[in-house]
Design a binder for this molecule. Structure first.
Ligand code: ADP
Length: 264
């Protein structure tokens, strides 16, 4: 394992040579990058290029075929994550995957809130049930988070009483309630009506300013340009271009230029 992987001070995330196929279809070919603590990494690229698969591999919702993912002090070498002939993973491997998952919180395209629970109940469920946080503590943390996403006055409403954008902001607060070291967003605005997109993007900007480390798959390229400390342009299962917001402002690669020309 490289020295880079063992240096857990500056970089929160280290991905080395990640590869993933679905059957014959090689979706991620050989993907390596790092994410600094407190930074916002956006992942952009054409539809079907492997962005979501890459994001899901970071918290083992997708099990990569090969490669290494380190988040904080948890490292998983996917070469070791192979089921036995009965299709089972070793207990130690399952535990390591669970530790990797616990490092990150995922915000999905549509929020997946519990419909029969109020906003605040949605927020305290994870901390209380999974992390055994006392209810009173989880409630005060939930109140603080709802203030942060601008929904303090909606704490006792049910999801159906909120707009799509408000529901998505609850989804973000719920991911933060587990205090992950990394927050993953999978196209957080793509299921929203256009007039609601701005509010969700504003919350993500606030979180960036508050120092959360985030990785965001997005097709909101202008937003990505404003918020990113790092942009990954992925195409055909490879990172074609990686850098700061200048990847969007002044792309160096022909494939990046072509993609941006098509969508801007
Ligand atoms: P993107 O997020 O860039 O649109 P995805 O990572 O969602 O791309 O998908 C990349 C490719 O992998 C697509 O061709 C998609 O159909 C395929 N794919 C994704 N998930 C699965 C799966 N569970 N089974 C089979 N193919 C999949």
């Amino acid at each position: 394992m490289s020295e880079q992987i063992q240096d857990s001070t500056r970089e929160l995330v280290d991905v080395e040579h990640l590869a993933k196929s679905f059957g014959e279809h090689e979706v991620l070919t050989d993907v390596s990058f790092t994410i600094e603590r407190g930074g916002v990494t956006t992942i952009i690229g054409p539809s079907g290029s492997g962005k979501t698969t890459l994001l899901r591999s970071l918290n083992a919702l997708e099990i990569a075929d090969t490669g290494v993912v380190r988040i904080g002090d948890v490292t998983v070498d996917f070469e070791q994550v192979k089921p036995d002939r009965h299709g089972h993973l070793k207990k130690s491997v399952r535990q390591q995957l669970a530790r990797l998952r616990a490092q990150s919180g995922m915000v999905f395209q549509s929020h997946n809130l519990f419909p029969h629970k109020t906003v605040v109940q949605n927020l305290i469920e994870g901390p209380v049930v999974v992390q055994r946080v006392p209810v009173s503590e989880a409630r005060s943390e939930a109140t603080r988070l709802l203030e942060q996403v601008g929904l303090a006055e909606h704490a006792d409403k049910y999801p159906y009483q909120l707009s799509g954008g408000q529901q998505q902001r609850v989804g973000i607060a719920r991911a933060l309630a587990l205090k992950p070291s990394l927050v993953l967003f999978d196209e957080p605005t793509s299921a929203l009506d256009p007039e609601l997109v701005g509010d969700v993007l504003a919350v993500i900007k606030d979180l960036a300013a508050a120092g959360w480390t985030m990785a965001i798959v997005t097709h909101e390229v202008r937003f990505a340009q404003q918020v990113s400390s790092q942009v990954l342009f992925i195409d055909g299962g490879l990172i074609v271009e990686r850098g700061g917001p200048e990847v969007i402002a002044e792309p160096q690669q022909e494939r990046t230029r072509k993609f941006l020309k098509r969508i801007l």
